[in-house]
Write a protein that binds this ligand. Structure first.
Ligand code: D5M
Ligand code: FE
Ligand code: ZN
Length: 568
């Protein structure tokens, strides 16, 4: 096949088992005879090389027979990237909101594609008309593309080259359970995990209330003021419509009554079992119950100021690739990976993958009827091939999801040695679910998101829904725990420490799982649910889940602005 576009070159290299640096592909595309150049470059590469580098290509191009009109090779010899194929694949770009949207106030415009009120927001992917954005002249200065809705695939030769500097990259990982799991699942270990949860979350609330242990409150005299921090043990409505909330600390439990006519009764709607809250109130005459006046969540301070990178660099935040499913959207994925090779994507130096790399086997009833690859290892082999299409110089970090071949109970350790071996071609970093990944100073809490199903099922729809998954994420930030309620969808593995506590406020919170795109800011923390690369499954159809497939949220690490690109 003629190799006239970077995307064809990438596909051909992948077919031959290579992952390639972005610039290597650009060089090949710019060669006088790309097919021959590719042939020679592959010959030049050492037998054990998994990645084709610019050096391999330069060495091949330096062979007289392959001389291009490019000198230096990157600056001239415009490759025909604007072929019909790349025009088709030219993604839609929309701009994310950077408005803070505090929970307590009226809903502000955020980036959920299903937002219906388009008059208040311009960042709704569904409202962007692709036809108006794809045929605009290419923007050549990458730094200006951040502010425009109309960037298209820029010709690499026409664009100004900004030097990528791998030396400035940095990725640090925290809160990873991989290799540290001590849990055997015994009852006593759950007690240890919950104690750790209580200790760490109650610390966040101590500044706001003067905590008395449940045991001490029980001995106080009737009518006195009392304040307590506890895990929610039970929530019941009373015969007269009030709420009885039982809180538990390390000394025992205490019943707290929230009257239905109090403003805070609304907050009871938000309560999940096992989350940590504080209450202030007055004891009944017999000191048997606490009448609650105020209720506090550990929360994120409204004054939180996120960190940013000190250069213009971007990260693509994606999840739920589901390779091995008949609904895996190969074309959309390849448009995305081809786009990553273009000049326009030059600042995208990181790719964060928040779980569900493959479809897995036996995850849901009747799932096997929709598999295109039935063996789990073959699924990872195929996924690895698709990962190779990502430029070799993009740093990848990945955590597992509920479809991946690691334990289902959370925290989930990262992929084992065997799976890492299968996925080694791209040198991706593998870490557990959840993990905090700090990229050039910006901390990104990555969590697959199984608890979001729970939060959405339990809370009123204005506080959490599939159409606005970021609002469900706000709840997790407010509770400072990625999966407070245990026992439903979410399975908990007891560990010495509760890895699911959000001890430090992240700058960005990235989840997937619900297959819906949505983002917004909560107390200045950017919450992003990244959609998926799988079309609607039979199950999703049966329950009316309409997935947002084939979108890539692109995050500016220097400004924390978001741009969503559509590849489907
Ligand atoms: O989950 C994708 C979304 O769909 C997530 O919200 C769970 C839901 N889902 C999908 N299949 C099922 C079945 N069979 N039962 C219950 N919920 C389901 P993912 O984990 O990516 O498949
Ligand atoms: Fe998924
Ligand atoms: Zn999932």
């Amino acid at each position: 096949m003629p190799l006239e576009t970077p995307s064809r070159i990438v596909q051909e290299l992948v077919r031959r088992g290579y992952n390639a640096e972005r610039e290597a592909v650009t060089l090949l595309a710019g060669a006088a005879n790309p097919s021959l150049a590719l042939e020679r470059a592959v010959e030049r590469a050492p037998d054990d090389a998994l990645r084709l580098t610019t050096e391999h290509v330069r060495a091949a191009l330096d062979d007289g027979a392959l001389a291009t009109d490019a000198d230096p090779p990157v600056s001239t010899g415009t490759p025909p990237v604007q072929s019909s194929e790349s025009e088709d694949s030219s993604p839609v770009e929309t701009k994310g909101s950077n408005e803070p949207s505090p929970m307590a106030n009226a809903p502000s415009a955020t980036g959920a594609p299903a937002t219906t009120d388009t008059s208040t927001t311009t960042d709704t992917p569904a409202t962007t008309d692709a036809s108006t954005t794809t045929d605009t002249p290419a923007t050549t200065d990458a730094s200006t593309t951040r502010d425009t809705q109309t960037a298209t695939d820029a010709s690499p030769a026409a664009a100004t080259r900004r030097s990528r500097d791998p030396g400035r990259r940095s990725v640090e990982i925290d809160g990873d359970v991989t290799g540290r799991s001590t849990g055997t699942g015994e009852y006593g270990q759950f007690v240890t995990t919950f104690r750790d949860r209580y200790e760490r979350l109650s610390k966040l609330l101590r500044g706001r209330v003067n905590h008395r242990p449940a045991e001490a409150i029980a001995k106080m005299s009737g009518g006195s003021d009392a304040e307590m921090i506890g895990l929610v043990n039970d929530v019941r409505s009373t015969a007269s419509g009030h709420w009885l909330v039982e809180l538990e600390d390390t000394t025992g439990t205490f019943p707290c009554l929230v009257m239905k006519n109090k403003g805070i009764a609304d907050l009871v709607d938000e309560l999940l079992m096992d989350e940590c809250v504080a209450v202030q109130g007055t004891l009944s005459d017999d000191a048997g119950i606490l009448f609650v006046d105020s209720l506090h969540f550990p929360d994120v301070p409204r004054t939180y100021r996120p960190s940013t990178a000190d250069r213009h660099v971007q990260a693509a935040l994606v999840s739920d690739v589901h390779v091995g499913s008949q609904e895996f959207m190969l074309d959309a994925w390849q448009r995305f990976t081809s786009w990553l090779h273009t000049e326009e994507a030059e600042a995208v130096e990181y790719l964060l993958l928040a779980g569900d790399m493959v479809e897995g086997v036996g995850i849901y009833p009747n799932q096997d009827e929709e598999l295109s690859i039935v063996d789990i290892y073959d699924q990872y082999e195929a996924f690895s091939e698709h990962l190779k299409e990502v430029p070799g110089d993009v740093e990848i970090v990945m955590i597992p999801g509920n479809h991946d071949a690691v334990r289902l109970a959370e925290p989930q350790p990262g992929f084992d040695e065997e799976l890492r071996g299968i996925m080694s071609a791209h040198d991706a970093r593998v870490t557990g679910n959840p993990s905090t990944v700090t990229v050039e100073g910006v901390s990104v809490l990555m969590y697959h998101g199984v608890s979001l199903d729970e939060v959405i099922a339990e809370l009123p729809s204005e506080k959490a829904s599939y159409d606005e998954p970021h609002r469900a994420m706000y709840q997790l930030l407010k509770k400072r725990h990625v999966a407070p309620q245990y026992g439903g969808h979410m399975r908990l593995a007891p560990e010495e420490k509760d890895y699911l506590v959000i001890e430090d406020v992240p700058d960005v919170f990235h989840t997937g799982h619900v297959h819906k795109l949505g983002w917004g800011k909560y107390h200045n923390v950017l919450a992003v649910n990244s959609g998926c690369w799988q079309a609607q499954t039979a199950f999703q159809k049966s329950v009316n889940i309409d997935p947002d497939s084939g979108y890539a949220p692109i995050l500016d690490l220097d400004t924390l602005d978001m741009t969503v690109r559509k590849f489907s």
